[in-house]
Design a protein. Structure first.
Length: 111
């Protein structure tokens, strides 16, 4: 995100919230501070956007690097082989979310 903010049409494609995201000090995520509630984070490790993936450090889902999905104070963090745009429809992601909401933890051994 940080590298794309200055490109013409970025806000049109990403929407107004895209300008508030990123890793710079003034970005909304950096201003939130540590989680003070039970937080489970699922990161994706597959990409269908090879161009954006070249701009992201390390493993990513085509939009967000795995390293940038971690939040201070989180209870759990898992990485699943899913892409950013289709994560919410993935059966394994849905099962993991249900598990975290019901039991307060992700299912072990299901990745």
């Amino acid at each position: 995100m940080d590298k794309l903010h200055g490109l013409p049409g970025f806000e049109l494609i990403g929407g107004p919230s895209s300008l508030e995201l990123g890793t710079k000090e003034n970005s909304i995520p950096r201003q939130l501070g540590p989680a003070n509630f039970e937080l489970g984070i699922i990161a994706g490790s597959r990409s269908i956007n090879l161009i954006l993936s070249t701009l992201l450090p390390g493993q990513d889902d085509g939009k967000v690097s795995v390293s940038n999905t971690k939040v201070e104070g989180m209870k759990q963090h898992i990485v699943l082989p899913v892409t950013h745009p289709f994560m919410m429809k993935n059966a394994n992601v849905i099962a993991q979310v249900k598990s975290f909401l019901a039991q307060g933890e992700f299912q072990s051994g299901v990745h």
